[in-house]
Write a protein that binds this ligand. Structure first.
Ligand code: BGP
Length: 479
């Protein structure tokens, strides 16, 4: 649809930015914090870019007041952050670490004082290592109880002030990279285990949402799903089918479970015939149905284009660009189902991520049509090299262009009738990219932190900082 005039953003639209504990906090072993799976994983040689780790990250733990001050100056309406589970429960369960609760209490109070709505992500990938050691973390059903206990602790501590909650961040990504590509902890490649781990995570997600209803009855909660809408490479029916396969196995597999507590049929049959469908126990599907979210959190970075992949001799796992050298990523696929192919209609970043603002509108509409849930865009942004000039300016016009085009696309979706609650740009300050160190930057605020040498971690406002401030001031009218 081409619209003559676009609808305005809702008056209470949550213009925001996002982060995650491990990527910003640092203070990895301070004030009683326990060790997480990431604290351990980054110490294995060759796992991260130049061996970078989050020991210090951008030291948000000690500089949160300065960071919130910058958010206030920008006029942010909301800030999405995550809680490090091992700060609250150093062993994942058992005794609570009061200093961990204090830190997040202080942060939340600081945000509220500055009229910034907190959005709290309960789990953004940093699992207490003690749980991984004891029972394999997400590999065991025991995680459901410990995760729910951790959630209830947070609901009781912060539910009076925090009204927006994200349960699991990108379940599809942390399980895929943890159990299919071995690029994230625990560094395993096992397809059957991957689906089993996902089943446990979905159950934990549902149990957490179910418990939320009695502890924070006036709050809203949902998972954040990493959605990459599938395109067909051509109008050949076999390519269209490949895209359908991908949409079902790589997206509906999670979003259907979140919303309805059911697995999509063709994907289920495919996995069952291969002997890798998850084992479902009595009562599981009932629990999944009881965990319906209030909104679908969507992390959108790009669309993916698919074509037919032969059953024999087809493409399987390919190299992922974590070097920032354009053109080094390879196609991936599942023989017999689909394979990715470069979309020549789209420009790409230096990390080979497609730049596709219209894809966001398409994705928002697909979710609205299928699930009829409001949507929180919990992440979207551009990771690029940034350069601090001698006069301290950072001219990130490419980032402004990226965000502006995506905001326009959201407005088009809003005009189409999609209910969007808010938009959290990834990220507020520069931060540690899990596998790409500090050279792949996303922030509105530059942080003087690099892979090597000593750096003073000072904060510098990028050109995009001022631009987004003006967008917020005009509630998106001033693009
Ligand atoms: C999402 C994660 C974020 C963030 C972002 C950018 O998948 O939720 O934590 O890292 O991607 O990814 P990257 O740092 O790999 O560019």
């Amino acid at each position: 649809m081409l619209h003559e005039n676009l609808k305005s953003f809702p008056k209470d639209f949550l213009w925001g930015a996002a982060s995650a504990a491990y990527q910003i906090e640092g203070a990895w072993n301070i004030d009683g914090k326990g060790i997480s799976n990431w604290d351990k994983f980054v110490r294995i040689p060759g796992k991260t870019f130049k061996g970078t780790n989050g020991d210090i990250a951008v030291d948000h733990y000690h500089r949160y007041k300065e960071d919130v001050q910058l958010m206030a100056e920008m006029g942010l309406k909301t800030y999405r952050f995550s809680v490090a589970w091992s700060r609250i429960f150093p062993n994942g369960k058992g005794e609570i670490n009061q200093k961990g609760l204090d830190f997040y209490n202080d942060l939340i109070n600081e945000l509220i004082e500055h009229h910034i709505e907190p959005i709290l992500t309960i789990y953004h990938w940093d699992l207490p290592q003690a749980l991984q050691d004891e029972y394999g973390g997400w590999e065991s059903r025991q995680i459901i109880k410990d995760f729910t206990n951790y959630c209830i602790t947070l609901y009781k501590a912060f539910g009076d002030r925090v009204k927006y909650w994200v349960s699991l961040n990108e379940q599809n990504v942390f399980t895929r990279l943890g159990y299919q590509t071995a690029m994230h902890p625990p560094g395993v490649k096992d397809d059957k285990l991957f689906y089993q781990v996902n089943h446990h995570a979905s159950l934990a997600n549902a149990a957490a949402i179910k418990a939320f209803r009695s502890h924070v009855p006036d709050g809203k909660i949902g998972p954040s799903f990493a959605y990459s809408p599938a395109y067909a490479a051509t109008s050949k029916p076999e390519d269209v089918l490949a895209a359908e396969n991908a949409e079902e196995l790589a997206s509906h597999w999670w979003m259907d479970v979140y919303t309805w507590g059911t697995y999509p049929q063709a994907a289920w049959n495919y996995l069952e015939r291969k002997g890798i469908a998850p084992e479902v126990e009595e009562g599981d599907l009932e629990l999944l149905k009881e965990g319906k979210p209030d909104f679908m959190g969507v992390n959108y970075y790009q669309t993916t284009t698919f074509e037919k992949n032969p059953l024999h001799g087809g493409t399987s796992e390919g190299h992922f660009n974590t070097s920032g050298e354009k053109g080094t990523s390879e196609d991936t696929g599942i023989p017999g189902l689909y394979k990715t192919v470069r979309n020549e209609n789209l420009n790409r970043t230096n990390w080979d991520w497609n730049i596709d603002p219209q894809g966001l509108r398409i994705g928002l509409r697909r979710i609205t049509n299928r699930y009829k849930l409001p949507i929180l865009i919990s992440e979207n942004g551009l990771g690029e090299y940034d350069k601090a000039e001698e006069d301290g300016s950072i001219n990130d016009d490419y980032r402004i262009e990226y965000i502006e085009s995506h905001v326009k696309s959201i407005q088009e979706a809003v005009t189409d009738g999609v209910e969007v609650i808010g938009y959290c740009v990834w990220s507020f300050t520069d931060l540690l990219s899990w596998l790409n160190g500090y050279k792949k930057r996303y922030g509105f605020v530059y942080v003087n932190q690099h892979e090597e040498g000593e750096h003073d971690l000072r904060r510098m406002k990028k050109k995009s900082f001022y631009w987004y401030k003006a967008v917020i001031e005009s509630n998106g009218e001033n693009l």
